[in-house]
Write a protein that binds this ligand. Structure first.
Ligand SMILES: Nc1ncnc2c1ncn2[C@@H]1O[C@H](COP(=O)(O)OP(=O)(O)OP(=O)(O)O)[C@@H](O)[C@H]1O
Ligand SMILES: [Mg+2]
Length: 271
C-alpha cells in the first residue's frame, strides 16, 4: 500500500439523510407527483438499492441527492449539511457511461482525478492504473474509447467514478445494458472496491437479484405518487455471489412484494 493509496483511503463515507422530500413536475399533461414526502437515512458506508416500477421516482430521488435536481420541499443532508448542488464528494454513474470520447481510457480517469488537486500527476497516474487494474482493464490504459466494447466502457466508467474515492456513489441502472457475464464481473468489482474503500452507495436497478446481491438494504418504490412501499434488509456476508441461493432467496422475497404491489395496482412486473 503506497502513500497515495493511504491518502485516498482516509476519506470516510458519508451519512445521508433524506428529509420529507417531495417533488412534482409540471408537464403538458398536468402535474406529475414524482416523490411524495420521502424520508430515508443511509448510514456511512451502507449500500441501499432502490427497485420499483418505471416512473416511481427512483431517478428523481437519485438526482436530488446528486444535487442535479431540487426538491419542492424537504431536504437532503450529507453529514448534517444540506445538499443544494452537485459536489465532488458525490459521484454519479448513469446507464450510459458518458466517457469523454476525445480522451483515451487513462485520460478519462486522469480527468476525474483532477478532483484531487493534492495529488501530483505521477500520483494520479498511479491511482488511475490501480483502479483500471481493479476492473480488469490494466492493459487498455491507452485504448481509445471507441475501441472498447459496451461492457468495457462501463467498467472504465466505474473505475472513473471510484478513482477520486468519492464519499458517496450514486448509480442509476449502471449495468442495465450489459450482458449477464459482464454484469456479474462488475458485481465482484464493486464489492471488492467497496471492501477496500467503503463508500455510501445508492444503487437504482430494475433487477431485483442485482439489488439483493449488492444492497445492505433494498427499498421498494411505488408510483403515483412516488413513495417507499417496503424495505428489505439483506443481512448476508460479503463478498456475495450473484448466483447463490441466499441472494436468490432475498431477491424472491422482494420480487414477491413487488408483484403483490403491482397486482394490487393492476400493473405487471417488468423483470
Ligand atoms: N424533468 C421532468 N419533467 C417532467 N416529468 C418528469 C421529469 N423527470 C421525471 N418526470 C416524471 O416523474 C416521474 C418519475 O420519474 P423518474 O425518472 O424518477 O422514474 P423512475 O422510477 O426512475 O423510472 P424508470 O424506472 O423508468 O427509470 C415520471 O412520471 C416521469 O415522467
Ligand atoms: Mg429512472
Amino acid at each position: 500500500m503506497t502513500a497515495v493509496h493511504e491518502e485516498l483511503r482516509n476519506v470516510p463515507p458519508v451519512k445521508l439523510v433524506v428529509q420529507n422530500v417531495s417533488k412534482t413536475f409540471a408537464t403538458r399533461h398536468g402535474p406529475v407527483h414524482a416523490l411524495d414526502d420521502i424520508s430515508l437515512s443511509v448510514r456511512e458506508g451502507e449500500c441501499v438499492c432502490m427497485v420499483g416500477p418505471s416512473g416511481c421516482g427512483k431517478s428523481t430521488l437519485l438526482n436530488i441527492i446528486a444535487g442535479l435536481e431540487t426538491p419542492d420541499s424537504g431536504a437532503v443532508l450529507a453529514d448534517g449539511k444540506p445538499i443544494s448542488a452537485p459536489g465532488r464528494d458525490r459521484m454519479v454513474l448513469f446507464q450510459e457511461s458518458a466517457l469523454f470520447p476525445w480522451l483515451d481510457v487513462m485520460g478519462n480517469l486522469m480527468f476525474a482525478l483532477k478532483l484531487k488537486p493534492n495529488l501530483n500527476k505521477q500520483a494520479r497516474r498511479e491511482v488511475a492504473l490501480y483502479y483500471l487494474g481493479l476492473v480488469g482493464l490494466g492493459k487498455f490504459a491507452h485504448s481509445h474509447i471507441h475501441e472498447l466494447s459496451g461492457g468495457m466502457k462501463q467498467r472504465v466508467a466505474l473505475a472513473r467514478a471510484m478513482a477520486p474515492n468519492p464519499r458517496v456513489l450514486l448509480m442509476d441502472e449502471p449495468f442495465a445494458a450489459l450482458d449477464a457475464i459482464t454484469r456479474e464481473q462488475l458485481y465482484d468489482d464493486i464489492q471488492r472496491i467497496q471492501e477496500e474503500r467503503p463508500k455510501t452507495i445508492i444503487f437504482v436497478t430494475h433487477n431485483v437479484r442485482e439489488a439483493a446481491c449488492l444492497g445492505d438494504r433494498v427499498l421498494l418504490f411505488a408510483p403515483r405518487p412516488g413513495r417507499i412501499e417496503g424495505e428489505f434488509p439483506v443481512p448476508l456476508s460479503r463478498p456475495r455471489d450473484f448466483g447463490s441461493l441466499d441472494v436468490a432467496r432475498h431477491a424472491s422475497e422482494v420480487m414477491h412484494a413487488l408483484k403483490h404491489h403491482l397486482q394490487s395496482e393492476g400493473m405487471e412486473a417488468t423483470e
